[in-house]
Design a protein around this ligand. Structure first.
Ligand SMILES: CC(=O)SCCNC(=O)CCNC(=O)[C@H](O)C(C)(C)COP(=O)(O)OP(=O)(O)OC[C@H]1O[C@@H](n2cnc3c(N)ncnc32)[C@H](O)[C@@H]1OP(=O)(O)O
Ligand SMILES: CC(C)C(=O)C(=O)O
Length: 509
């Protein structure tokens, strides 16, 4: 029998706890689709009790994403667990993940509970979770600063109450590989129940999250909790790509299998970076821009003679450099369909027509359309990051220069009605924002964030624009990609303001 480590992805839960990150439901669905394609075993979709938005996102993912077991986080209280169960109702495979802190500092200072009260709560709440699902994970938050015998007690109690996975997180990134190995080895022997999966969840405060996770696996954990690009609370979580590729490249050391389709890693990394607005550092292992680039002469000479002189992994293994056909303005539908299929992206004939128009327009500016360009276009035309169809951006125009104040004019269709207006501002983005706000009669709105990032290199490469708008007691976001930065800005502003407009209309109606 093969020994398999289950990959539990928490990009959409702990990953979204990264300061400055707030994903919309559509963006979470787009990431969840890619995580399913990647082959993660468990997909932690969120914390439904945290907000109505989180609840909606978990529910939509549970309903629409097939393959992984969809997981929702809950504190050890009845409301959180019931809310998680409601959000997971439509999932084919569901898990509730309940947690409570077990370290003296967390119990005393944060929970204000005695150890006995914590144990009682674990027993009660794991039982409540089991009333809703058969698959319950229990986590001892701050396990690595907890007393070992208390962890044993908590773990045994959770198992007796029905937990099927026990997770011992290094919540504050405090442990070291050797210490964690010893802790997990002790817990495995003391709890000794072959029906239970032990799990690790490591944070990167000391830069040891991946090393500690691998230590946990060596000590017998068969679930590892990770996030794409290592995003997460504070310094982040162990990165999925680093853990998975270490297990892959060093089979000789770890002797375990996993279910990840490694060729999907690079795409997942790009999508998460684009939608969260968190760039990947160039020297990041596996997915950084420089991860497979060789600069110095001696290295290049070695590479030309035999790639394995300086490459322990091939870029193709993680989905880099798979392009076989060069797409551009002369490409036809066949080539386009084939490339999309190679990338695992499905589109109907009419969607292919729309994508082809976008590819041709971009091809006028850029000689070869790479996979990142194509995926960004697909996401907008077919994928989950598609535009609202209730209002339509008909026309936009912006003018700026050294001697005139930027002015913008926009025209938007709302149902049968065409609404037009103009605006001026300190810069062209502000002018466009004003024009849209006036056209949609949105008086109390503020542009709180504007983020511009290149998607693909080169002068005419696609750029992604993300905006955040505050108004009417709500934060909305818009995102668009285009080689024309102002066009991407107009589409993103329209998307965010159209959402607010529809919300205000619904409230009034
Ligand atoms: C290690 C981790 O990553 S844990 C997950 C962290 N994720 C989040 O916090 C998600 C976002 N959080 C939120 O939206 C909010 O904190 C909410 C909705 C969950 C709770 O909001 P509030 O009710 O306003 O409480 P607040 O966040 O201020 O305090 C947390 C409360 O939960 C209690 N609590 C914390 N963890 C647990 C737990 N695992 N089980 C039971 N109670 C807990 C705290 O003791 C505190 O209780 P108190 O109000 O009686 O003092
Ligand atoms: C809820 C748990 C698993 C967690 O996120 C942590 O301890 O870091």
């Amino acid at each position: 029998m093969t020994d398999t480590v289950r990959i539990f992805d928490t990009t959409l839960r702990d990953g979204e706890q990264s300061p400055g990150v707030a994903l919309s439901t559509q963006e979470k669905l787009a990431i969840a689709e890619q995580l399913a394609r990647l082959g993660v075993d468990y997909l932690e979709a969120g914390f439904p009790q945290a907000s109505p938005g989180d609840f909606e996102a978990v529910s939509r993912i549970a309903e629409n994403i097939k393959g992984p077991t969809i997981t929702a986080l809950a504190r050890c209280n009845r409301q959180d667990i019931e809310q998680a169960a409601r959000a997971l109702e439509k999932a084919d495979k569901a898990r509730i993940h309940v947690f409570i802190a077990t370290s003296p500092i967390h119990m005393q200072a944060k929970l204000r509970m005695t150890p006995e009260q914590v144990l009682e709560r674990i027993d009660q709440m794991v039982r409540v979770a089991r009333m809703y699902v058969d698959d319950v994970e229990f986590s001892c938050e701050d396990a690595t600063r907890s007393q070992v015998e208390f962890l044993v007690q908590a773990g045994r109690l959770a198992v007796d109450a029905g937990a099927t996975t026990l997770n011992f997180p290094d919540t504050v990134g405090y442990t070291t590989p050797r210490e964690y190995f010893q802790l997990i080895t002790h817990l495995r022997k003391a709890i000794a129940d072959p029906r239970i999966t032990l799990s690790v969840h490591c944070h990167d405060d000391l830069g040891l999250a991946v090393a500690n996770s691998l230590s946990g696996i060596e000590a017998g954990c068969r679930q590892v909790e990770v996030a794409i690009n290592g995003i997460g609370e504070r310094a982040g979580n162990a990165s999925l790509e680093e853990v998975v590729m270490t297990l892959t490249a060093r089979q000789d050391q770890y002797h375990v299998q996993h279910h990840i389709k490694t060729q999907e890693i690079y795409r997942a990394s790009q999508l998460v970076s684009q939608l969260t607005g968190m760039p990947v550092q160039p020297n990041k292992a596996i997915v950084g821009k420089n991860a497979f680039r060789h600069e110095s002469g001696i290295h290049q000479d070695g590479m030309l003679k035999d790639r394995s002189t300086y490459e322990i992994l091939t870029p193709e293994a993680v989905g880099w450099g798979m392009t076989k056909l060069v797409l551009g303005k002369h490409s036809g539908r066949h080539a386009l369909r084939q490339r999309l299929e190679e990338l695992g992206l499905h589109a109907t004939p009419s969607q292919i027509d729309q994508i082809q128009q976008r590819v041709k327009t971009l091809g006028e500016l850029k000689s070869d359309i790479n996979d990142q360009d194509l995926e960004a276009i697909w996401q907008e035309e077919v994928g989950q990051v598609r535009r609202s169809r209730n209002t339509e951006l008909v026309h936009w125009q912006v003018s700026t220069g050294s001697h005139n104040r930027p002015v913008a004019y926009v025209s938007v269709r709302v149902g049968q009605e065409i609404r037009e207006d103009s605006g001026s501002g300190d810069g062209p983005v502000h002018a466009l924002f004003q024009a849209f706000a006036r056209a949609l009669s949105l008086d109390h709105v503020q542009l709180t964030s504007y983020h511009l990032a290149p998607i693909s290199p080169g002068e005419a490469g696609l750029a992604s624009v993300r905006v955040e708008i505050h108004g009417y007691d709500c934060e909305t976001r818009g995102q668009a990609a285009d080689s024309d930065v102002m066009k991407a800005t107009a589409v993103a502003l329209h998307e965010a303001l159209a959402y607010l407009f529809e919300r205000v209309q619904n409230v009034v109606a």
